[in-house]
Design a protein around this ligand. Structure first.
Ligand SMILES: Nc1ncnc2c1ncn2[C@@H]1O[C@H](COP(=O)(O)OP(=O)(O)OP(=O)(O)O)[C@@H](O)[C@H]1O
Length: 215
């Protein structure tokens, strides 16, 4: 199993956000996580991405338990196994498009020139490689962020409201690319969204409410 969350509990102070959450995701699967604002979707995604600690339970990524790992071990998992896409595109302003896309794959020592060239072409970024993030539209920036997340072919792609900042038509086009390219790369995709319409496009859907998941 690519991602396994087992009975995760998480509180901030007195407030329980996740009250025994379990889910699993395999390569090639797409799973949409919906829920009201403040229900804990981002918290759950950050826990799955080894970005946020949890109180009890276990997270396994490619069979490796996060609870036994220190900061360095978690950073290694993030670098090698996970591609992250956020609502705020989080590009590096001082790097051009080509360098932003290559950034994580280089860090992980997993640069693949043929795959990167295919990504750039498919994302429609060939004419923008020398530009800096501030010179790009929102849709272009999010396409760069997708390229960066996928360039190292991570097995697990986590996306938090990836089209939340885009108009509907641009968002749909970006979402088409995200689904297509995660499928091509053979990754598993866990995506947080407010939109039932976008969630309907994922292979599976789970809804977070009062700290627990329902279908
Ligand atoms: N670091 C933190 N410290 C304290 N409370 C936090 C922290 N992070 C999140 N929370 C709280 O946990 C709850 C869940 O937040 P989270 O961002 O996971 O929700 P969400 O479902 O992703 O919301 P949205 O859809 O609005 O982005 C919220 O009430 C939030 O205020």
């Amino acid at each position: 199993m690519l991602l396994d969350l087992k009975d995760i509990r998480k509180s901030f102070g007195e407030v329980t956000i996740l009250d025994g959450v379990s889910l699993s995701l395999d390569r090639g699967e797409t799973l949409a996580l919906t829920g009201d604002s403040g229900s804990g979707k981002s918290t759950l995604l950050h826990i799955a991405g080894a970005l946020e600690p949890f109180d009890t339970g276990e997270v396994l990524i490619n069979g490796k338990a996060l609870s036994g790992l220190g900061d360095a071990g978690r950073a290694e998992i993030r670098r090698d196994a996970i591609g992250l896409i956020f609502q705020q595109f989080n590009l590096i302003p001082s790097l051009d498009v080509a360098a932003n896309i290559a950034f994580q794959a280089r860090l992980a020592g997993r640069e693949d020139k043929d795959w990167t060239a295919k990504l750039i072409e498919r994302l429609g970024l060939s004419d923008h490689l020398g530009k800096y993030p501030e010179e790009l539209s929102g849709g272009q920036q999010q396409r760069v962020a997708i390229g960066r997340a996928l360039a190292g072919r991570p097995p697990l792609v986590l996306a938090d409201e990836p089209t939340g900042n885009l108009d509907e038509a641009t968002g749909d086009a970006v979402m088409d690319l995200l689904f297509e390219l995660t499928e091509t790369s053979g990754a598993g995709l866990l995506m947080v969204t407010h939109s039932p319409r976008l969630a309907a496009r994922a292979g599976r859907r789970l809804h977070l409410r009062h700290g627990t998941l329902t279908e």
